[in-house]
Design a protein around this ligand. Structure first.
Ligand code: HBI
Ligand code: FE
Length: 284
């Protein structure tokens, strides 16, 4: 697979694809981060960790505490010691988005790709691509949860078949609506576990507190058939009754026939319940 040529960099650190190895990994080069970048991380961390206390699921809160990364952009090598002992995962630094097949291969081998560069000052609230804050703060705490650790490996292993069957969009929606934008019920309350929500101040509040947005019980086939929003808050969130439900729903599902049935159908629009569906209320 050919790597894309260098993407124009605005920080000297962004998108160094030409320096990446064949598996798209780069050195984290922690010493290259400036004091301004560490200060920006601390501000992002302070703002989000306040929301995490009230809105994130227990696994996220515990994972974040174990990573001890409030003071600046963390060293991936330090996180790897914690991860290896907990779930056997390892972080690898990447320049940004990497091709699907490479991404799946890393996950299948319990390696989580983490973008090495940090967003700029004018991007604190919104960023269209993953940076180190989204990837590390959003995803790594959940890699310490045994269920999510196993699920991500399964997801990586499912990638090749989905691509071969022309059903990558369907599989990718599972990742989107769980790992990125998933909610889970905990002691009766809605909590966030998805990294895309939890690395965004606005969407953390919106996904939990908004009274109108559509929340549906997690159902893997429904998820695979539902389109999603890429440049606004989601119009649908799927709610797990527990994190282990994620694994239970997927190991018992034969994806082949599901892909076969739905891959040529247009997806259901986000934000619309089917007549037989009962949405979950904000205070449910
Ligand atoms: N690359 N760095 C990075 N991060 C992602 O989340 C990512 C990716 N490449 C492909 C990808 N995600 C998705 O399209 C797959 O889950 C299908
Ligand atoms: Fe992500």
């Amino acid at each position: 697979m050919k790597k894309p040529s260098t993407i124009t960099s605005n920080s000297g650190l962004r998108g160094e694809y030409d320096r990446a190895a064949d598996d798209y990994t780069v050195a984290q080069d922690w010493h290259a981060y400036t004091p301004e970048m560490h200060a920006r991380w601390r501000r992002l961390y302070a703002r989000q960790s306040a929301l995490v206390r009230t809105h994130a699921c227990a696994s996220f809160r515990e994972g974040l505490a174990r990573l001890d990364c409030a003071e600046g952009i963390p060293r991936f090598a330090d996180a790897n010691r914690v991860l290896q002992a907990a779930t056997g995962w390892r972080l690898v630094a990447v320049p940004g988005f990497i091709p699907d097949a490479v991404f799946f291969d890393h996950l299948a081998h319990r390696r989580f790709p983490v973008t090495r560069w940090l967003r700029e000052e004018h991007e604190l609230d919104y960023l269209a691509e993953p940076d180190v804050f989204h990837d590390f703060f959003g995803h790594v705490p959940m890699l310490l949860d045994p269920t999510i650790a196993d699920f991500l490996e399964l997801y990586g292993k499912a990638g090749a078949r989905a691509m071969a069957m022309g059903a990558l969009d369907m599989l990718a929606r599972i990742y989107w609506y769980t790992i990125e934008f998933g909610l889970v019920r905990e002691d009766g309350a809605l909590k966030v576990f998805g990294a895309g929500i939890i690395s965004s101040a606005g969407e953390t509040r919106f996904s939990i507190e908004d009274r109108e947005v559509l929340r549906l019980p997690f159902d893997p086939v429904r998820v695979m058939r539902t389109s999603y929003m890429i440049d606004s808050f989601q119009k649908t969130y799927f709610v797990l009754e527990s994190l282990p439900q994620l694994i239970e729903a997927l190991v018992s599902l034969d994806f082949g026939p599901v892909y076969e049935t739905w891959r040529h159908e247009p997806p259901l629009p986000a934000g619309e319940a089917l007549p037989e569906e009962t949405p979950i209320g904000a205070l449910a």
